[in-house]
Design a protein around this ligand. Structure first.
Ligand code: CTP
Length: 218
């Protein structure tokens, strides 16, 4: 079983000292990677910049910074993965121009022009091999189920783990999480509030119930 998990935020540079990013700490993705290692799976972690120690026993750790780096690493690692979990909070937009020198302030305001980044999960859904399990996350403030099901379909996923953001105890910058899993076959599994480590174990248990033995290929 070879599993590739992405975690953490991306950083989109504005100039040599500034960037656009988000509140992801990487904790959920790192917990998933630890849980996968514990099951004896060959685990590759593709991580944006975070303040966490890498889980022991990884088969590979790829450190990335931008959404473009993340896209390149994930598409490469996906080639021989049995399961891919896209847990990273990839920036949806990046500055059109990256200033070579530090931008100096002036008296007036400032407009930053942004362009979309690659949707890595969408790309992975397009190149998905048969037998490969593709799992996404959906962070939503509202209409969680509607948006999650839309992403499941649109991105050609097998599972999506939906969680609310902006709610204390769930999602970004929290030690706990509550998740609802939806599958392409129509299953809906509620994982109530628990530590991200426990939630990670439950996610793997549900999406890969038969994938426990080392060396197994799906
Ligand atoms: N994702 C990705 N590449 C992006 C943006 C998101 O791979 N450029 C992935 C995330 O890793 C996650 C899933 O897409 O698994 C959903 O991310 P989310 O931010 O909830 O949704 P978006 O597709 O960005 O849609 P929106 O921001 O409109 O909710």
């Amino acid at each position: 079983m070879r599993i590739v998990i992405s975690a953490g935020p991306t950083r989109e540079p504005i100039d040599p000292v500034r960037f656009l990013s988000n509140r992801s700490t990487g904790r959920m993705g790192y917990a998933l990677a630890s849980a996968a290692v514990k099951r004896g799976w060959e685990t590759i972690l593709v991580s944006g910049p975070v303040a966490l120690a890498a889980p022991e026993g990884l088969a590979g750790l790829v450190r990335v910074e931008t959404a473009a780096d993340m896209a390149e690493a994930m598409k490469r690692e996906a080639q021989n993965a049995d399961c891919i979990i896209m847990c990273a909070a990839v920036a949806d937009y990046r500055p059109v121009k990256v200033a070579e020198r530090k931008l100096k302030k002036s008296d007036g305001g400032m407009v930053l022009e942004l362009e979309p980044t690659e949707d890595v999960l969408l790309s992975l859904g397009r190149i998905k091999r048969s037998g490969q399990l593709l799992v996404g996350f959906a962070a939503e403030t509202d209409a969680v189920e509607t948006y999650a099901l839309d992403k499941l379909k649109r991105k050609n996923l097998d599972w999506i783990a939906a969680n609310r953001v902006g709610v204390p105890g769930e999602g970004f910058e929290s030690e706990t999480n509550a998740v609802v899993l939806f599958s392409r076959r129509g299953e809906k599994i509620v994982l109530p509030l628990d530590s991200k480590e426990k939630i990670a174990g439950q996610i793997l248990e549900r999406i890969l119930p038969d994938g426990r033995r080392q060396g197994d290929r799906l």
